[in-house]
Design a protein around this ligand. Sequence first.
Ligand SMILES: [Zn+2]
Length: 455
Amino acid sequence: MSAIFNPRYESMNREDLQQLQLERLQATTNRCYKNVPFYRRRLDELQMQPEDIQSVEDLRKLPFTTKDDLRRSYPYDLVALPLREVVRFHLYSGTTGAPTVIAYTANDLQHWTELVARNLVAGEITREDVVQIFFGYGLFSGGFGLQQGAEEIGASVLPVSEAEMPQQVKIMQDFRSTALIGLPPYALHIGETIRQMGMDPKELPLRIGIFGAEPWSEERRAEIESRLYIRACDIYGLSEMGGPGVAGERPERCGLHLAEDHFLVEVIDPLTGEPVPEGQAGELVFTTLTREALPLLRYRSGDLASIDTRPCGCDRTSARMSRVFHRTDDMVIIHGINVFPEDIARVLGEFAELGEHFQIVVDRPEGLDELEVRVELAGSLPSDVTNLVLRTREQMERRLRQELGMDVKVSLLEPRSLRGSGDAYQRVVDKRTVGLCGPKTDNLYTRRMLPQYAK
Ligand SMILES: [Zn+2]
């Protein structure tokens, strides 16, 4: 049996866990109502009092909190304590609007440290390990969170951060690093550099990697494992919940165990806001249970995953979440089917006549959803354009129907018409009038990456 960092909480029986969650939820709701005018207003509007929370299920009566709510409260309208209690801030700047501010008390930092330590122990990192962290250290919280957690379990930590590549590898060699922690694409880059430097990763003592802060696929995982000759584990967190440490994976891959004693997790249909049955994918919604400086009620993460509360072979009793591959920003639900731009991109890739940009337009003209894919033609076209357009359109509509299981209207556009002057364009245009479509914003914990590694 592999080690567990805090068996008292990580292996707590689920009845006791639920009781603990209820007590902490009541305390959190109270703290929000008493100390945060934003939440007091929200609850007053709903004619609710913190005392109305009598069971964990009563959580659903509480309002959602969105990324925009956090941005609008810049710099610290949502902070629930006087600033003298706050010992640290982390800031996340997005592509638009004000940054998101995350505040921590000394207790918050201590909890965060423990939660990351739990994830690292689940990933089988021990005090014997030499841990090289290449997350950034700064306003972004990833580096600090992992640093604290790794030190907590007594590992030897090298905060190499975003050092130049050859130096990164030299340190790995000289200090005999056994574990790597950072962004998945950066890990691939390290693997590439090792090879370019004429070394064989098999001869390095590396054995494990903990990667996260952005979604990464199973294909990418296999690539990292074979290039670096390690086992790669996923770690999940989000800035609004304090950073990394929300859930972590074991090398056996039984899912990512959630820290349910610190976060209440719901899975909702992003369109209706209603809960989905267990095992079904939906948007993850988090309520903090122990945060003092920045308690948040029902924060909509925009991350899509499913949850499994069945007992797990590793003796941890907390629910396990699936890995996050998609975000609500890009997903559209049509006739109850989740459609992702990636699914459409895969089909479009089969057609050489097409350019690289496309747009998904969803409408509901007669009360029925309609999906249109608008795609640019490639730059150089033959003289017989009309014929080509007709033929390509027909083939594409057939292939998309096969792949997505629904009728799709294809519109072919002139080359570069979607993105004329190199400006960004809207990938998904949803014209249906639905209110609860989720925050169309980026979660900066999962989105933040170094520009040169962004894909
Ligand atoms: Zn497990």
